[in-house]
Structure formats: structure tokens, C-alpha cells
Design a protein around this ligand. Structure first.
Ligand code: PLP
Length: 389
């Protein structure tokens, strides 16, 4: 098994922080009670869940009563949108963006099949939202506007506070998929008009399979799962206690170290980006450098395939990601880069590097050393790339 990996794919998932693992372990061994039980043994577990809820609320600037634990970011996204359309039966429109995660886009497709009208806000070449289009889309028929806080592929940040205001001017609800933003940038929901916010444990150094949905106090909510009265009746199902405890600890750690980490991780990202751009001809950054997560860079190496780059990087134990969605088997370039109008020759050769606090400068230097010769070699054998460096 490979453990000496240089892991720069943190927008796909993150390692569990050692402190987080320590915190959750007792809930897999000694404290296995059911939080709904009457006895003290169960009560200890209930207290652990309450503590985690306060920790997550602290990171969001929310009230603990506004945090609902879920199984993942995808469930949170689904729960928010489905609740909004169910609680606003007279409104048959959903407004979202072209660059959302499949967790939102896939659900919107299903809603469309059920007769809802979905409007997709376009973006410009840098991935910024076209506000003119957006303002025409949101109206009195709109049940909810859903726009991500940070894009998983480019790291682009979106002006969700302003978007929430626009939604409310038309009586619509506002949801943000903040899975990539939570823990990476400061968030204070007490000063916002955001109704729903989704987050996921495994994107901030907690395990996979746990997430949370912020539901603003007073926002109507129709539960996604029904049955027991866990989570104050908002999400039925016996709680995933160890993972909830882990998510709480991860939120606390993220809050405590955010400024310092942003600076360090941002400097590593910039070092990597500069190093690669200065050594690789015909390379360009995708996204909006003026408003971007500190940990992400998405670089297109023109005239070659991102997948080939990844395979060769993998031989050096470097784990990154490409923007192409091979899920369809068609090697279609990512919907995000297509929405930005990135030319095919560039979109195909895109590689995403997403860092975390566990990366080092030596790792960045190794990538800067190994990648340029890979690009050169691939261009030599590419029918379009010869002579391009
Ligand atoms: C990872 C991710 C999700 C899905 O979260 P899961 O916990 O994996 O279901 C949703 N949105 C964004 C932006 C993501 O990056």
C-alpha cells in the first residue's frame, strides 16, 4: 500500500486529521450507546452530539439549533432543494448556476423531469457569474436559488451573501453548497440571509459519510428522511455518532487554524502555480485569481490530455485530478470549464491541484521538477502538441 503519496487532491477528499481520529475513536469502542436512550450511557452520547453541533455552529457563525447532521454533502444539497420546492408548492422555478457540483445539477435534472423549470446562470471566461442574466431569472415564481460558495474545480468564490439578498427580494429561499468553502474561508451566517448551507466532513479532515445542513431559524423545512425524531425531527435515522464527533472536532480545528493555514497553504499554492507557469509553455490558469480559494489551482496544459498527465504524475506518487469527467466514458471536458468557454484544446489538458495544511514546500518543489518534462514528453507524442513545448 502506498503511503508516501504527495497528495494534492484535497478537493476530492482529505485525510482524517490525527486529532479528529483520536476524538472519534472512543465512540467506536466504549461509548456505543444510542443517543435516544433514557439511560446515562446513551446520555453521554447525546452530549457528544450536542458538543459537535456547537463546534460546527461555531465555525459557521450559526446557532447550534440551526445545524442538522446528515450523511454527506450530497444529502445536504438534496435535502435543501427538495425542502424548498416542497414548502413553496406555488413556485415552480429553481435558479442555479452552470458550474454547480453534480450533487445539485443531478437533482435539478430530476426536478426538471418532474415539471419544474430550472434556470442555469451562465458564467464568463473567468467563471464569474453573469449578474445581468441572473437578475432576469429570479422572479416571483422562483422557489429557491442555489449557488455554490466555492467551486470544487477552479476554487472560484461566488458572492453568495449578495445572491441571498436578491433571492429574498423575490420571496425565494437561498441555498449554498459550501462544501469547498467551509473550513477554508471565514463564514458568518449570523450576518447573512442564507437559508440553507451544505457542508461535508471529508472535505475538511473528518471521515467520509458525514455532513451537515444549516437551516436558518424560521425557514420552513420539510425533512428528507422521515421516521424517528432524531435531529429534532429534521432528519430521521440513528445518528452516526463517531463521525459526527469527528466533524465537530474538524470544525473546531479549522476555526482555530484558519488564518495561519490560509496564509501557509495560499503561499504553497502560489509557489506551485508560479513554478509550473514559468516552466511550462502554453499553460494557463482557469478561474478567477481575484476571488479564489487559497488551496486550489486549475491549470490547462494545452494540446495534451489531462488524464495522461495524471497517469505520469502517479508514477512519482503525485495524486492530482483532471477536469475531464471520465464517468461517461467519453472523456468530455468538465462542465465547469465548458461553461467558462475554455477552448477544447485547453480544457482537455486541465489539471487541478488542491492543497491542504499537510502539504510542504518540498512537495511543491518536487511537482515543479517532475511535471514540466512530462508535459514536454506528452506534447512530443501528441499530434497537436509537437513544437508547443
Ligand atoms: C464533494 C462535494 C460535494 C459532495 O459531498 P459528499 O459528502 O461527497 O457527498 C458537493 N459539493 C461540492 C462542491 C463538493 O466538492
Amino acid at each position: 500500500m502506498r503511503t508516501d503519496v504527495i497528495y494534492v487532491d484535497n478537493n476530492a477528499t482529505t485525510r482524517v486529521a490525527p486529532e479528529v481520529l483520536q476524538e472519534m475513536l472512543p465512540y467506536l469502542t466504549d461509548y456505543y450507546g444510542n443517543a435516544s436512550s433514557m439511560h446515562t450511557f446513551g446520555g453521554q452520547v447525546r452530549k457528544a452530539i450536542d458538543r459537535a453541533r456547537a463546534q460546527v455552529a461555531g465555525l459557521l457563525g450559526a446557532d447550534p439549533g440551526e445545524v442538522v447532521f446528515t450523511s454527506c454533502g450530497t444529502e445536504s444539497d438534496n435535502a435543501a432543494l427538495l425542502s424548498a420546492v416542497a414548502s413553496r408548492p406555488g413556485r415552480r422555478k429553481v435558479v442555479t448556476s452552470k458550474v454547480e457540483h453534480p450533487a445539485v445539477l443531478g437533482l435539478c435534472k430530476v426536478l426538471q423531469e418532474r415539471g419544474y423549470h430550472i434556470d442555469y446562470i451562465p458564467v464568463n471566461a473567468k467563471g464569474k457569474l453573469c449578474f445581468d442574466a441572473l437578475e432576469k431569472m429570479v422572479d416571483d415564481e422562483t422557489a429557491i436559488v442555489s449557488v455554490m460558495w466555492a467551486n470544487n474545480e477552479t476554487g472560484n468564490l461566488y458572492p453568495v451573501l449578495k445572491l441571498a439578498e436578491i433571492a429574498h427580494q423575490h420571496g425565494a429561499l437561498f441555498h449554498t453548497d459550501a462544501v469547498q468553502a467551509v473550513g477554508k474561508i471565514p463564514i458568518d451566517l449570523s450576518r447573512s440571509r442564507i437559508d440553507f448551507l451544505s457542508l461535508s466532513g471529508h472535505k475538511l479532515h473528518a471521515p467520509k459519510g458525514v455532513g451537515a445542513l444549516y437551516v436558518r431559524r424560521g425557514t420552513p423545512f420539510v425533512p428528507f428522511t422521515v421516521g424517528g425524531h432524531q435531529e429534532s425531527g429534521l432528519r430521521a435515522g440513528t445518528e452516526n455518532v463517531p463521525s459526527i464527533v469527528a466533524l465537530g472536532k474538524a470544525a473546531e480545528l479549522a476555526q482555530a487554524h484558519m488564518d495561519e493555514e490560509n496564509t501557509l497553504v495560499g503561499a504553497l499554492r502560489d509557489h506551485l502555480e508560479q513554478g509550473l507557469l514559468s516552466r511550462c509553455p502554453n499553460a494557463r490558469v482557469n478561474g478567477n485569481p481575484e476571488a479564489r480559494l487559497p488551496n486550489t489551482t486549475n491549470i490547462s496544459f494545452e494540446y495534451i490530455e489531462g488524464e495522461s498527465i495524471l497517469l505520469l504524475l502517479d508514477q512519482f506518487g503525485i495524486a492530482a485530478s483532471s477536469g475531464s469527467a471520465c464517468t461517461s466514458g467519453s472523456l468530455e471536458p468538465s462542465h465547469v470549464l465548458r461553461a467558462m468557454g475554455v477552448p477544447y484544446t485547453a480544457a482537455h489538458g486541465s489539471v487541478r491541484f488542491s492543497l491542504s495544511r499537510y502539504n510542504t514546500r518540498a512537495e511543491m518543489d518536487l511537482i515543479i521538477e517532475k511535471l514540466p518534462p512530462i508535459i514536454h514528453r506528452l506534447r512530443e507524442i501528441s499530434p497537436f502538441g509537437r513544437g508547443q513545448g
